[in-house]
Design a protein around this ligand. Structure first.
Ligand SMILES: NC(=O)c1ccc[n+]([C@@H]2O[C@H](COP(=O)([O-])OP(=O)(O)OC[C@H]3O[C@@H](n4cnc5c(N)ncnc54)[C@H](OP(=O)(O)O)[C@@H]3O)[C@@H](O)[C@H]2O)c1
Length: 259
């Protein structure tokens, strides 16, 4: 893993949930880590607990200043793997939402992965080795009422990563969209009162993503989630798929979390 995707991996959104699980797994594989999120304390705690070099970078990836901080922290470090994982989901009917919040979702969920790809993929392509994982969601496979903007950003991440997978296949650089269903993270716990059937642990999703890297354009972690994905995209009429997701998302609560 370190030979193929090291020596440094960058995890965006590493202070909790899936990002922290990616960090722990990658450290277990011996990769040194640049860990990015806004909250300095959990980042420093995580960095201190890992058996590798880990550099915490407290930065808001939805801002130009945050991206500058990532550029500064990674200068001179060979980043062989990027996990574009940080996300924000404004929840509720679109017409009631603050345009500043939906714009932030675009900045964090779309612009930051795009920026990371521009920043790190050319050097990986030149070295002819590396990896780039974009965390997407089943919510991005069809219109998802109640989380319309988030779903649109997750659709962007999925199709963006799939296209990069094709462009870079054979170059030694592996790109993957990880299209997750429900994952038991603090983000999901804060936004959903009920646990959906088939909910995965962060570790299961991370293992599916790292196991799928280099094997194809995308993974959907979990057998039930794969069935659900196939039913929603291939069997149901579009309007039924949208209505089904609307029902599934009807218990979303927090206005402020990634799901
Ligand atoms: N959980 C699920 O059910 C689920 C399902 C499908 C897909 N996903 C995807 O998986 C990814 C991770 O989800 P999660 O549930 O682990 O989320 P989470 O528990 O809410 O954690 C989000 C992480 O992103 C960081 N973050 C948030 N805003 C940031 C910003 N502006 N700049 C930098 N870092 C920021 C957070 O740290 P700070 O607060 O310290 O910044 C945290 O480390 C997301 O892309 C999400 O769309 C999750």
């Amino acid at each position: 893993m370190r030979d193929r995707y090291g020596p440094w991996a960058l995890v965006a959104g590493a202070s909790a949930g899936l990002g922290a699980a990616f960090a722990r797994r990658l450290a277990g594989h011996g990769l040194d880590l640049v860990l990015v999120a806004r909250r300095a304390e959990p980042l420093a705690e995580l960095a201190g607990s890992l058996p590798v070099h880990a550099v915490p970078v407290a930065a808001d990836l939805a801002t130009a200043g945050g991206l500058d901080a990532v550029a500064a922290a990674t200068a001179g470090r060979e980043i062989g793997l990027v996990v574009a994982n940080a996300a924000y989901s404004p929840i509720g009917p679109f017409v009631t939402q603050d345009p500043a919040h939906t714009a932030r979702a675009i900045d964090l969920n779309c612009h930051a992965p795009l920026w990371l790809a521009h920043r790190f993929l050319p050097a990986m392509a030149e070295r002819r080795r590396g990896g780039f994982i974009v965390m997407s969601s089943l919510a991005g496979q069809q219109g998802s009422p109640g989380i319309a903007t988030y779903a649109g950003t997750k659709a962007f991440g999925m199709v963006f990563a799939e296209a990069l997978w094709y462009e870079l296949r054979g170059s030694g650089v592996d790109v993957l969209a990880c299209v997750a269903g429900a994952v038991a993270t603090p983000g999901l716990a804060a936004s959903k009162s009920r646990r959906a059937p088939g909910t995965r642990t962060p570790e299961q999703v991370v293992d599916a993503a790292l196991g799928g890297l280099g094997r194809g354009p995308r993974v959907v972690p979990g057998a039930l989630m794969r069935v659900s994905s196939a039913v929603m995209t291939r069997l149901l009429p579009r309007r039924t798929a949208i209505a089904t997701i609307a029902r599934a998302a009807s218990d979303l609560e927090s206005p402020d979390n990634a799901i």
